[in-house]
Design a binder for this molecule. Sequence first.
Ligand code: HEM
Length: 391
Amino acid sequence: MGESRFEELRRYVGFDTEDERLLAHIRPIVLENTETIAAEFYRRIRRHPDALAVFRDEAQIERQKGSLQRWVRRVFSGPYDEAYFAETSKIGHVHVAVGLPQRYMLTGMNVIRVELARVIRTANDDQFDGIMRAVNRALDLELAAMLDSYFWALLHRAQEAERVQASRRADRLAAIGTLAAGLAHEVRNPLNGAQLHLTLVERGLENKRVSTQELIEAVQVSKREVHRLSNLVTEFLDFARPQPLSLRPADLRELSDRVVATMSADAAAKGVSISAVGPLGTVNADVDKLTQVLLNLVRNAIDACDKGGSVVVRTMKDATTCAVQVEDDGVGIADSSMPIFDPFFTTKAAGTGLGLSIAHRIVSDHDGTLGFVSRPGRTVFSVRLRAAESA
Ligand code: HEM
């Protein structure tokens, strides 16, 4: 069996059985004076706000005077064994836990040292030098064990911080991996489409057995796919590298009216009626970005009405919150547990799966929430934002 930490410390400090004998010898004098020692100890602490700050109240200080006196008795009584060392370490941990800066441990111990020397000198004992050497060794042991607690606590904290950071890094890498896989998947479809149709064009031009009309159609499909790729890249950058918000007071109802006007032609083309209703309500918002959110929700709502129907953009407000709801009477979202806000999740053949992720990100950036409820025939997406302070 190797030497324990305590044995090693004892040996380093040079604390031996002669020291134990001298501490026991002077114990009666010291025990008569523990109250004045504790009083001086706390008188010093009171002069230092940083030190005093670790106490909750006066009652705790009074209780601590008792703890300190019991501790002095212990230092002069032993037995100086493993259990003794464990108790000292525990006291050290209590101080780490209450947030006592380490420097007060050193200076505090010195106050005790000086007080003990003063008390012991009054005994006029001819072994004074030996006794003081024993006291100093005992106090050094105490201090070493208590500071050990600080060391281990700090090490533990640093390791914990490192662990948290490593796990965050791993999460981030995993997220980037998922995103990259999603992007690659989305890029491949239009690329394949364009390639296929360009090959068709190439063959047609070589053997002239394809009509001009067919050639034009193949080129148009290719162009559409390239356009889709270009949109995908723009949206992806929107999602992956959001620009900072530029906030100003904006009225949700005005915004809703503008979005409805913008989308009315698309809606009419699908036989969908669209309207905005509800009160005015001011929020602090990045108008362009919030418009983008509403356009996205309204476009989805119109898409959901595949046999005509109606879309209503409804504003609401109370004392603290303004909300916009986009409601449609279309097919509904089959399963409310689908990760519709995850990037690249889509149920549409031509969707990038980024629209709702971007919308969610933008609303979160506004400290707002974006949620939905859905059943066949009624789907409502709600954007809730903090109302701007009224002037
Ligand atoms: C340097 C020598 C010191 C010794 C020997 C000492 C001794 C003790 C002891 C024996 C306890 C009780 C531990 C337990 O509950 O198990 C304790 C707790 C405590 N000590 Fe010290 N202490 C010292 C320094 C300080 C200093 C400098 C401060 C503040 C400035 C301080 C503030 C406290 C506080 C706040 C507690 C916890 C009280 C509680 O749990 O209610 N100590 N100390």
